[in-house]
Design a protein. Structure first.
Length: 344
């Protein structure tokens, strides 16, 4: 009778060993494949596009855990609409527009970012100018000039990163397929909304030849002429250099955005008379983002950025003029500076 007892003990021992062997691969797998770690994610920038399940932004800055990046597109997944958070964000997303400013917080897991929450608001809409230093697909990098924007709060050093994926692009007045038709060294003016140093453009105007630039405030209108209190009146070979050429040295434009465009030293020419008569007779005039605008729609106090020829006698003949009669948000920009055919 002792034999069955020994046999039972052998069977129990074998069963325990088998269970241990079966458990070993799973434990070994777990040791080599730990659970993915969730990192905190935060970004702010401009909305490029969105779908029902994700949104893409051109981020001025992003932080994933301890790692930071700047001026780069980021795609963020949205929570499932089966959750309360997903339904709430879906309603917010329905009111979101391309070019809106956005701040996002969420988590990043194995390279995938999921939003926990985001907030949007209209972003300022202006014209931004400079010289192209790099082109990568729909993104262009533009070196700011001493007067890089019609926005008086814009800093005057560094670079813009401009997304042109939804923009109408032209070169020397002729429509082109995309920003890839432009070249490093071209002057570029981008009409669009911005946050910090990223811009989502509705129109991009490339210029391959040197032009004179004038910026300032309109003091009087007498169609087709406007009088401008010029903050900047410079040409490629002018005595003050090119207003769109990158600014060297520290200078007074330190990029802190504190200049208001009317302070002493903000473009003044050593006490010279800054009054300039600008002819818009043959110019493409874009007022508050609307192309083919009438000169009569310009009002005193408006900001203007004009390209053309400085005649050297207190007059300026414009070929292209951007005028802003009031502050614009990303949701108020006319037709984006292009007519129905995509031309100025």
């Amino acid at each position: 009778m002792p034999l069955p007892v020994r046999a039972g003990r052998v069977l129990v021992a074998a069963g325990g060993a088998a269970a241990l062997v079966l458990a070993l691969p799973s434990a070994a797998y777990a040791s080599h494949h730990p659970k993915p770690k969730h990192k905190t994610f935060a970004a702010h920038g401009l909305v490029l596009r969105h779908t029902s399940s994700s949104l893409t932004l051109l981020a001025s800055s992003t932080r994933t855990g301890k790692h930071s990046r700047h001026n780069t597109p980021v795609t963020v997944a949205l929570p499932s609409r089966r959750t309360a958070a997903g339904r709430a964000l879906a309603k917010r997303l329905a009111k979101t527009h391309t070019g809106d400013g956005i701040a996002v917080v969420g988590t990043a897991t194995s390279g995938k970012v999921t939003a926990k929450n985001f907030a949007v608001k209209p972003a300022p809409f202006h014209v931004y100018a400079g010289r192209i230093t790099a082109i990568k697909d729909a993104l262009i990098t533009v070196s700011k000039g001493s007067h890089s924007s019609d926005d008086a709060r814009e800093g005057h050093r560094g670079h813009f990163t401009i997304d042109t994926s939804e923009a109408a692009v032209s070169l020397d007045g002729q429509p082109v397929d995309s920003a890839l038709d432009l070249a490093v060294g071209d002057t570029v003016l981008a009409l669009g909304s911005s946050v910090d140093d990223v811009v989502v453009a509705t129109s991009v105007f490339g210029i391959s030849i040197d032009v004179d630039v004038l910026t300032g405030r309109v003091t009087a209108v007498n169609d087709p002429l406007i009088a401008v209190d010029a903050h900047d009146r410079r040409g490629p070979d002018g005595h003050d250099g090119n207003a769109l050429r990158p600014q060297d040295g520290d200078g007074s434009g330190d990029g802190d955005g504190s200049g208001d465009g009317d302070a002493p030293g903000d473009g003044e020419d050593d006490g010279d008379d800054n009054g300039v008569t600008v002819s818009l007779d043959s110019a493409a005039v874009i007022v508050d983002g609307t192309s083919n605008s009438l000169v009569s729609s310009i009002t005193p106090g408006s900001r203007v950025l004009a390209l053309g020829v400085d005649n050297g006698d207190g007059t300026f003949t414009a070929s292209l003029a951007f005028v802003f009669t009031h502050g614009c948000s990303s949701r108020h920009h006319g037709d984006g500076g292009q007519d129905e055919d995509g031309e100025d």
